[in-house]
Design a binder for this molecule. Structure first.
Ligand SMILES: NC(=O)c1ccc[n+]([C@@H]2O[C@H](COP(=O)([O-])OP(=O)(O)OC[C@H]3O[C@@H](n4cnc5c(N)ncnc54)[C@H](O)[C@@H]3O)[C@@H](O)[C@H]2O)c1
Length: 308
């Protein structure tokens, strides 16, 4: 059924993939994004539905959400690049916590809103050497993870107060087109696309659960369309972990060329998680969602694609 859907942070990496998929249906899409990291060119949204605004502006959030009258609000706007959060703890926690309070309070006041989605993160988990389920104990290691854990608590209070259906989704490591932050895969992509076949990287052993943004988009939509969720928390990953070396090998397979890795001292993190792997059985069981993009297929589409 056609919905009015507001996406905060819709001009970002995951937001743009989500909008592309939502636009395959006859929904009315609205975006609030201050374009600090996102790019308006990533999304085909008419100007009168794109609001270049800051979620820290509480009054404006109340005015806008009342004006838009959304059925669903998908709250993605945040600062999430962990090194940036560590360097800018006030700015990032202010956006991730105060901004979230503003969006949730405005949703509570606007009668049309009947479902809210909050983008949380795998960074709410401490280090585990096995696949993590939603039941694993939470204990974020950094300010980013902590700010998102606060966001989860705010969502829980919001649901108890308002009765509005609320979905919390802990995203693992996204990859795909329109990347906005200098994560591992765009870093390799940039060096490869610049013609380098000897590339400089940091730690090679840590493993991450990389999931394509198009699979994430389909999962977010599946969760929003699942009518009987009142309040619930889901992991969203591929359920497979890859080391840095595995990712470079996937580039090699797609290029059919040898890539040599040189470790660069300035890129090596002194402490790093060795594993971050999602157990996604709850998401699959609840929605029937299955990931479709393999790492090789995803990487194939990134080769020769310019970073923005
Ligand atoms: N990319 C990942 O691997 C990943 C992993 C876990 C969680 N997440 C979460 O998913 C969501 C989307 O992440 P992404 O990768 O698309 O990041 P992104 O930076 O591309 O998208 C975030 C968007 O929010 C906007 N934004 C930032 N501050 C804002 C503010 N004050 N007001 C309005 N808009 C603002 C940015 O301009 C950007 O377009 C975030 O909440 C992030 O924490 C992402």
């Amino acid at each position: 059924m056609t919905k009015r859907i507001l996406i905060t942070g819709g001009a970002g990496f995951i937001g743009s993939a989500l909008i592309k998929h939502l636009q395959e249906h006859d929904h009315s899409i609205f975006v609030i994004d201050n374009l600090s990291f996102g790019n308006k060119a990533f999304v085909a949204i008419p100007d009168d539905r794109f609001f270049e605004e800051d979620i820290r502006d509480r009054n404006r959030m109340f005015e806008l959400i009342e004006q838009i009258q959304p059925d669903w609000v998908i709250h993605l706007a945040a600062i999430h690049f962990i090194p940036y959060c560590n360097q800018h703890p006030f700015e990032s926690s202010n956006i991730n916590v105060q901004g979230t309070i503003n969006v949730l309070d405005a949703c509570k006041q606007t009668k049309s809103v009947n479902k809210v989605f909050f983008a949380s993160t795998a960074a709410v988990y401490p280090i585990y050497n096995e696949a993590v389920t939603e039941q694993h104990e939470l204990n974020p290691l950094d300010i980013y993870g902590l700010s998102k854990l606060v966001g989860e608590k705010l969502c829980s209070e919001f649901h108890l107060d308002s009765g509005i259906s609320t979905v919390i989704c802990r995203f693992f490591n996204a990859f795909g087109p329109n990347e906005t932050n200098p994560h591992l895969i765009p870093e390799i992509q940039d060096q490869i696309n610049a013609g380098k076949r000897t590339i400089n990287l940091g730690n090679l052993e840590p493993k991450r659960d990389f999931i394509h943004t198009y699979d994430m988009a389909r999962a977010v939509i599946a969760l929003m369309e699942t009518a009987d969720i009142r309040y619930d928390v889901f992991n969203l990953g591929r359920g497979i972990e890859y080391s840095v070396t595995d990712i470079v090998e996937a580039f090699e397979r797609q290029l059919e060329e040898k890539i040599t890795i040189e470790q660069e001292a300035s890129r090596i993190r002194k402490t790093d998680r060795m594993h971050l792997l999602a157990d996604v059985s709850k998401l699959k069981k609840t929605t029937g969602w299955e990931p479709q993009w393999s790492i090789d297929e995803g990487i194939k589409t990134l080769i020769h694609q310019p970073q923005t």
